[in-house]
Design a protein around this ligand. Structure first.
Ligand SMILES: [Zn+2]
Ligand SMILES: [Zn+2]
Length: 242
């Protein structure tokens, strides 16, 4: 296996704390994904200054980014976009079609490329958007086709975690082996969370890590339920997956 087959995900913005050297406030999510398609920034956190500080703590230069993938238009996922564009105008921004026109104008005015996503599509080698899914907010999730099986990354999973995993499985012909991101389970009951874990397990999910809007309760229930399959995601986490 070459290093080309390894996917590395670095959590550079997360309200869930993990590594003391990384800031974890205010609310938001941003992940740097290195795969055979190059470097993708998944969402941009809430506050630009925090994103930039954390990127430098992780020793990641925004000039290396090939693209920015924006899951949905909430400000805790788009807040750092401008600061990233100021440091890299060569990149392509992939946003869901429902994004406000303002964001598109800002991106194109700065000379970067803007691609609107509505249907599921392969945006780069081994990188798929689920397409825009209906939920509290319209949201797209990212599927990375990796050596050991697909990896699903969600911003807030506003369309529902189980439905998003099911759709990702249909899209790439195999259930995601790894699921990472914000799961939006703060309002769910103990029973509902256990049921979600069970369904994901039955579908074929082997490893899972929720942070951002997943919620304390869901995180501790899932940590117990998944055992070795639980991935600690939080500001400063660096995860390598083959
Ligand atoms: Zn969020
Ligand atoms: Zn959200």
């Amino acid at each position: 296996m070459s290093s080309r087959d390894i996917v590395t995900i670095t959590d550079v913005y997360d309200n869930v704390p993990l590594d003391q050297r990384f800031k974890n406030e205010p609310l938001g999510l941003s992940l740097v994904i290195e795969s055979r398609a190059g470097v993708t920034l998944f969402d941009t956190g809430g506050r630009a200054s925090v994103l930039l500080e954390n990127l430098s703590a992780a020793d990641i230069d925004p000039a290396t980014f090939k693209r920015v993938f924006l899951s949905h238009a909430h400000s805790d996922h788009t807040g750092g976009l401008r600061a990233v564009l100021e440091r890299n105008r060569q990149l392509t921004v992939f946003a869901a079609a429902s994004f406000p026109g303002m964001i598109r104008e800002e991106v194109t005015a700065m000379g970067a490329k803007y691609v609107m996503i509505s249907e599921a599509v392969e945006i780069a080698d081994g990188l798929w958007s689920t397409g825009e899914l209906e939920g509290i907010a319209w949201e797209q999730s990212l599927v990375i086709v990796a050596h050991g099986g697909p990896i699903l990354v969600t911003g807030c999973a506003h369309a529902g975690l189980v439905d998003t995993v099911r759709l990702a499985a249909r899209l790439v012909g195999r259930a995601p082996r790894v699921v990472l991101g914000g799961f939006h389970l703060e309002e769910n009951t103990h029973e509902e969370i256990e049921d979600i874990s069970e369904r994901l397990h039955v579908m074929g999910v082997v490893k899972i890590g929720g942070s951002h809007c997943t919620g304390q309760k869901a995180r501790s229930l899932m940590r117990r339920r998944w055992g070795d399959g639980w991935i600690e995601l939080g500001a400063g986490a660096r995860i390598s997956i083959c």
